[in-house]
Design a protein around this ligand. Structure first.
Ligand code: PNS
Length: 168
């Protein structure tokens, strides 16, 4: 697709990505069309219990984004603004699925701006995926439903394997 008005620079797409969904991937790819470099950063020190380890999530993200040379996958610990400073990243890109995402995302954006002048750009999610979350995909996979069309193919396999392993 033609990218009208390339913005340039490096941005970060931070998150838990437990696991990455097609909704996340859509935001990464569209960001990669607009910006020079996109850093997908997995939070390491989350208080949330996760299904996949950080290393597994990085592996799944790396595989799902392998066709895009300007998308990099990494992890970070501590404050996102400190990671931004350490990498000289001046902006965050977040996908917004619905109004329900907005309150929390706005709060984080305002906090990050207040803390370190880091800007947040909100990208409206593709409506195809507006209902989709990592939790929903995990729930479907857990009870044996198909996650085709919800997560990248490598993640489908990983979810099936993970729930099979967890049963044993
Ligand atoms: O996928 P998530 O769990 O909604 O992602 C949340 C994330 C990782 C973007 C957010 O929790 C975060 O930036 N955490 C790092 C700690 C931090 O900087 N906190 C202050 C801003 S919320």
């Amino acid at each position: 697709m033609n990218s009208i008005g390339h913005l340039g620079g490096t941005v970060v797409c931070p998150g838990s990505f437990d696991p990455v969904t097609l909704g996340h991937l859509d935001v990464f790819v569209r960001s990669a069309e607009k910006f020079d470099h996109v850093v997908v950063a997995v939070l390491e020190n989350s208080t949330k219990t996760s299904l996949f380890t950080v290393a597994e999530r990085i592996q799944l993200l790396t595989n799902a984004t392998r066709d895009f040379t300007n998308i990099e996958v990494t992890s970070f610990a501590g404050l996102l603004v400190d990671f931004c400073k350490s990498r000289n990243i001046s902006a965050i890109v977040k996908g917004l699925r619905a109004v329900s995402d907005f309150d929390y995302e706005l709060q984080m954006a305002q906090l990050n701006h207040q803390l370190a002048n880091v800007e947040t750009f909100f990208m409206s999610s593709n409506p195809t995926y507006s209902f989709l979350s990592s939790s929903m995909a995990k729930e479907v996979a857990k009870y044996g439903g198909s996650v085709k069309g919800l997560v990248p193919e490598n993640v489908e396999d990983a979810l099936i394997a993970k729930f099979k392993a967890n049963k044993n």
